[in-house]
Design a protein around this ligand. Structure first.
Ligand SMILES: NC(=O)c1ccc[n+]([C@@H]2O[C@H](COP(=O)([O-])OP(=O)(O)OC[C@H]3O[C@@H](n4cnc5c(N)ncnc54)[C@H](OP(=O)(O)O)[C@@H]3O)[C@@H](O)[C@H]2O)c1
Length: 330
């Protein structure tokens, strides 16, 4: 019997991870079997390997909220054997086994056909990080973002922020301000498209209900107290697309930015985004936005995941790390 490899998180005490062999699984109606070419690693995936992080409820599990590859068996009329597809979000890698495996069982409802011009490797270079950035830029465009807007991107060296900076540049935005704790990465961020680099220490020390208007739009991947500092700095009619919580889930505000400056707080969720939105934005990534040449992309094997997980959890990871599982190398 042929066996395949997958990464597993097992709920022993303490919780532990391993790479194990498994046999080809059976499919239920409405599922496909995906030969995974590439998966990625996101902050949420790193959390899925640790106890009490609220990401996973049932163990054992194979993490990996993103995967792209080729269908090798299908129990759904919409998808055929040989078709290239991608999956991000929904319950993948969280409520059900995910993409850190050579073979993945995926409900067909979660699949997006891979755009013609995108390889599985390119799709996973974007992954949930790219898709989330696409949702954020799209939301800001629907709220008035133009080429002359001053746009701040926080957690700038992270995956979501890297794509946000690059997509904004592709949209022709002239003022892209990267807010990062790692100011030594300034050259890298400028190559991605940032025009100004700020450190959290450049923000006003004391948070007033309203302060000097510095940014028209914000893409925030950090949340926490830094978000409290940013809301009073957004200019009249501006918007903040809130994507993440790398710096914490709690923030404080007053009503003033909202009722005196008409500021919009826009929630961004990549997990349950509908198929129409997914198809539209993946097509945009495949054609207009593309993977930035400057993006730092690392490629690893299943057995090399532990170090990357530790870096991500320590806020030390830069760019995107892909897991190559076999099959197509592009
Ligand atoms: N809404 C959604 O659907 C969605 C989808 C994907 C991700 N997310 C969330 O978005 C956030 C970013 O995800 P990602 O994949 O880009 O993660 P990532 O690659 O780990 O980037 C997060 C960045 O945030 C900054 N950061 C980390 N810890 C911090 C702290 N304690 N205080 C302040 N800044 C900190 C760091 O940037 P600097 O060192 O440059 O400041 C880090 O590079 C995460 O919270 C993730 O859960 C949400």
């Amino acid at each position: 019997m042929t066996t395949y490899k997958r990464f597993r998180v097992v709920a022993d005490d303490p919780i532990r991870t391993l790479v194990e062999d498994f046999e080809q699984p059976e499919l239920a109606a409405g599922e496909v079997l995906l030969q995974v070419a590439y998966s990625g690693i996101n902050y949420k995936d790193a959390l899925a390997t640790r106890a009490n992080t609220g990401v996973v409820r049932t163990y054992p599990i194979t993490p990996g909220i993103d995967a792209a590859g080729t269908i090798i068996a299908s129990q759904d009329d919409r998808f055929k054997v040989g078709q290239a597809v991608l999956v991000t979000g929904f319950g993948f890698g969280v409520a059900a086994d995910g993409g850190w495996t050579e073979l993945a069982v995926v409900p067909a409802d979660w699949l997006v056909a891979l755009p013609q011009t995108l390889s599985p490797k390119q799709a996973m270079t974007f992954g949930t990080a790219g898709f989330t950035a696409a949702l954020a830029v799209d939301a800001l465009e629907q709220h008035g973002l133009t080429k002359t807007s001053r746009v701040l991107v926080t957690g700038a060296t992270g995956g979501v922020a890297n794509f946000a900076i690059s997509f904004l540049q592709a949209q022709g935005v002239k003022t892209i301000i990267a807010l990062t704790r790692k100011t030594e990465q300034a050259d890298y961020l400028k190559r991605l498209g940032a025009t100004t680099i700020l450190s959290p220490t450049d923000l006003p020390e004391k948070t007033k209900p309203l302060a000097k208007q510095q940014f028209d739009f914000v893409i925030d991947t950090v949340g926490g107290t830094q978000l409290s500092q940013l809301l009073p700095l957004i200019s009249y009619g501006g918007s903040l697309a809130l994507c993440g919580n790398a710096g914490g889930i709690k923030f404080e505000t007053t009503v003033l930015p909202f009722i005196l400056r008409s500021v919009n707080l826009l929630g961004i969720d990549s997990v349950e985004a509908n198929l129409e939105t997914r198809t539209r934005l993946w097509e945009k990534m495949a054609t207009l936005w593309s993977v930035p040449a400057a993006l730092q992309v690392n490629e690893i094997k299943l057995t090399e995941l532990s170090a990357t997980i530790a870096d991500l959890l320590a806020g030390q990871h830069v760019g995107r790390t892909l897991i190559h599982l076999g099959g197509m190398t592009r």
